[in-house]
Design a binder for this molecule. Structure first.
Ligand SMILES: C[S@@+](CC[C@H](N)C(=O)[O-])C[C@H]1O[C@@H](n2cnc3c(N)ncnc32)[C@H](O)[C@@H]1O
Length: 247
């Protein structure tokens, strides 16, 4: 089922991709907006509840700010908080994130299980990046926060990693931009490769659900089909958007 959570003035909530840690609004406002998004997700059936630890989220954010080398990122502070909160709520044992560049998106997902923001124990948290230099940077970044090895980066095509993964996939995060011909159309290929191993309650997150909506139209039709996903909500609180879908 297609549903949208949209804030007023979302287009005016603009970050500088090269200055991702700059505060864009008072913390209370950021928390309020993300709480509203979590409530909309819960009401639609896309999340089992909305609770997460705000202090742990801030500890995670501070560690990323201090330890990560981020050449640029399109992950806004609202999006960082939402990704962390979704992982804290879903507590995926196994997670695959596809197309993670320097690892900032990946650690937003994984930070609920590793490092100072950890609130549960996961088994395998895998970030996949096809560009070997970017993958190496992401791995260096992740190692500074996670000394356990539960979170790790694989330099490969996400399609290969998902197809070869042995076990259930509880959270799939999609951000790969594919070949110039495919673009973000690759999301649907990756999801199809994972779908049969996503158990009931598993969640798939698609970044750029707003600014790449046209390229993602087949993907969005797939996740919004109630025969395939019990709920799917487009979270529009920044100019990029995140489609959250739950099996
Ligand atoms: C736009 S970046 C994601 C950046 C992220 N949204 C952020 O703001 O930090 C997309 C990444 O996907 C990678 N990529 C493209 N196709 C891929 C594939 N098939 N498998 C894994 N990674 C892929 C690219 O190399 C690129 O680093």
């Amino acid at each position: 089922m297609a549903e949208t959570f949209q804030t007023d003035h979302y287009a005016a909530y603009r970050m500088d991709y090269h200055d991702p840690h700059r505060e864009l609004e008072p913390p209370e406002r950021e928390i309020e907006v993300v709480d509203q998004a979590l409530t909309a997700l819960h009401t639609a059936g896309a999340l089992p509840h909305t609770g997460y630890d705000h202090a742990k989220m801030l500890a995670h954010r501070d560690a990323v700010k201090e330890l990560f080398e981020i050449p640029w990122t399109a992950i806004s502070p609202r999006m960082q908080r939402l990704l962390y909160a979704i992982s804290a709520v879903v507590q995926p044992q196994n997670m695959i994130a596809a197309g993670i560049f320097c690892g900032n998106t990946f650690i937003s997902n994984a930070g609920a299980a590793v490092g100072p923001g950890a609130c549960y124990q996961a088994k395998q948290l895998i970030g996949v990046e096809i560009d070997p230099d970017r993958a190496a940077l992401a791995e260096r970044n992740v190692r500074r926060i996670d000394t356990t090895g539960v979170a790790r980066i694989v330099a490969d095509d996400a399609l290969n990693v998902v197809a070869g993964f042995d076990g259930p996939i509880h959270l799939l995060y999609l951000d790969a931009d594919g070949t110039p011909e495919q673009g973000k159309g690759i999301y649907l290929d990756i999801l199809r490769a994972a779908y049969d191993r996503m158990p009931p309650g598993a969640v798939v997150l698609a970044h750029n659900s707003l600014n790449c909506a046209e390229r993602l139209r087949h993907y969005l039709a797939f996740v919004r089909d109630p025969a395939r996903f019990r709920a799917s909500v487009n979270v529009v609180f920044d100019p990029e958007g995140l489609e959250v879908s739950r099996r």
